[in-house]
Design a protein around this ligand. Sequence first.
Ligand SMILES: Nc1ncnc2c1ncn2[C@@H]1O[C@H](COP(=O)(O)OP(=O)(O)OP(=O)(O)O)[C@@H](O)[C@H]1O
Length: 606
Amino acid sequence: MNNQEKKVLIKERFQYSTDTIIDQPFNWKQMWRLLSYLKPYVKNLLPLAFLAVIVSAIVRLVAPILIGKYTLDYAIKNNDTRLLTILVSIIAGMYVLSYIANRFRIKWTNQLGQNVIYDLRKHLFTHVQSLSHRFFDQRSAGSILVRIMNDINSLQELFTSGVINLLMDFLLLIGVVVLLFTLSPQLTLAILIIVPIMFFISTSLRKKIRRSWQSVRLKQSKLNSHLNEAIQGIRVTQSYTQEQENIAFFDGVNTENFQSWRNATRRNAMFTPMVEMTNAIGTAILLWYGATLIANETISIGIFVSFAFYLGMFWEPISRLGQVYNQLLIGMASSERIFEFIDEKPIVKDALNPIEVNEMKGKIEFESVEFAYDSKRKALNSVSFTIDAGQTVALVGHTGSGKTTIANLISRFYDVTSGEVRIDGVNIKDISIEKLRSQISVVLQDTFIFSGTIIDNIRFGNPLASDEEVIEAAKAVGADDFIQKLSDGYLTEVEERGNVLSVGERQLISFARTLLANPTIIILDEATASIDTETEIKIQKALKTLLHGRTAIMIAHRLSTIREADNIFVLDHGEIMEQGNHTELMEQRGIYYGLVKAQFQMLEVG
Ligand SMILES: Nc1ncnc2c1ncn2[C@@H]1O[C@H](COP(=O)(O)OP(=O)(O)OP(=O)(O)O)[C@@H](O)[C@H]1O
């Protein structure tokens, strides 16, 4: 395989297609929505920041008049030292006031911005927590991370300085234009001629800048998605010695990210020189035309000096408005992506008046249940069964036959496409989701261990449980032995996903966690696969304790582990083809018989 073919293959291998450019024109509605996050602060931080802004704007607007018109044209011209002293003291006092106002403006606007960012991130995270499994099926963890971190970060500048500076600059701009016209309408008109040219150029830049920042976000999202996957899957990568391919792909997305940044910042940087150019042209007009006006005595030197001050102040807010506009565009691109998530509604949601079931007996019924993950194929097709409270039922069938889907529907991770799932005779759509899930525990083969101590990981099943209750649960499922042998016992720190623990140990921890949660219904998905015989014996013992007095659904490929089940459902292509206990199904000599025989033969061969 040549290098080119290799590159194509690598490019095709990692596909992150979920993030697309959301391209809408500048949207005032969205802007208001973003600004609504300032609402909690309209009574405290916002007015304080506004006050500081108004004070500094007034000082900046009044000072040039005092310096030019009054100091030059009256005090100096008439040699009035008393007036000069008074004016200089007032001007100095005003600058001190402006300094104080500015310090507070920075302090308060920073506080305001940080608070808004905190609130927005909290809102987004809380919302994402409530979203259904389908949402996570369609997106990589990395791309979700980018929205919660990077996109919100990019709004930080807008809220810490942008919004408030915008007000300050508007005030300055309006004030300066009014003062310029008062001082000399002819000179003002001559200078303002350049403004429309400037606006024309900036409008064409606007769209390009906005697109560039959106592209940056997309590239970052792709980079994060790959990074996340590359780290999570490092063991597989290393075992297949695919490190070079991974590095090559990373290099590709990293370069794309680098280029899109460079592109965006280059376009961004075009704004300031443009304003500076206009500033230079304005100054040239001032000098040339202003000198003529002084010569024919239309304006005084003092007015000319005030004018020069104001002209400097005129371009400054315009230049800053350009920057704020850029921040706004960046913010818009990010907020579109943030609001897309916030507007995402959980597909599985509570009924209007959900039933708060506090204690379930655990009878499960499926009536003509159909389900499809996508429109292309059905995962379950007219499935009906009843599991009585306290029964243990095993689901068996070929891979992809729909076993996990049944488990997903009982916990309401997805809603049925048609038909009904009932618990204790009540449609689960009418039961409060929180109550429903609090009575159901799902034990997965790949137990998720959170970073923290072992004791806290077990306590995840019931945050209110005491240390003694946690230890008791661990003892009951036979996890206490190995935990005691760990360096710090129950206080041993384990990293995310519990990489330092064996599969069997992780499973025992999850059993203890489940026992502590004390659910009415337990779903064990492949819980006894891939462990050695000794651990399996331990786990079988633990299971007996765990399942005692509860309704249990076991999904297991190893048929030896489910012989004791009260009932076995045999699935094929999303339908229940056979059901009965082990002896009955063996007598039927159907699919189950075939599966058992095949496994038996495999063991013999092995
Ligand atoms: N999140 C999903 N999105 C789309 N299709 C899915 C999703 N999860 C499962 N499927 C599809 O639905 C069908 C049933 O899957 P399910 O996970 O229920 O099978 P299973 O019997 O549990 O398989 P296994 O024994 O391999 O775990 C399969 O064809 C699978 O590809």
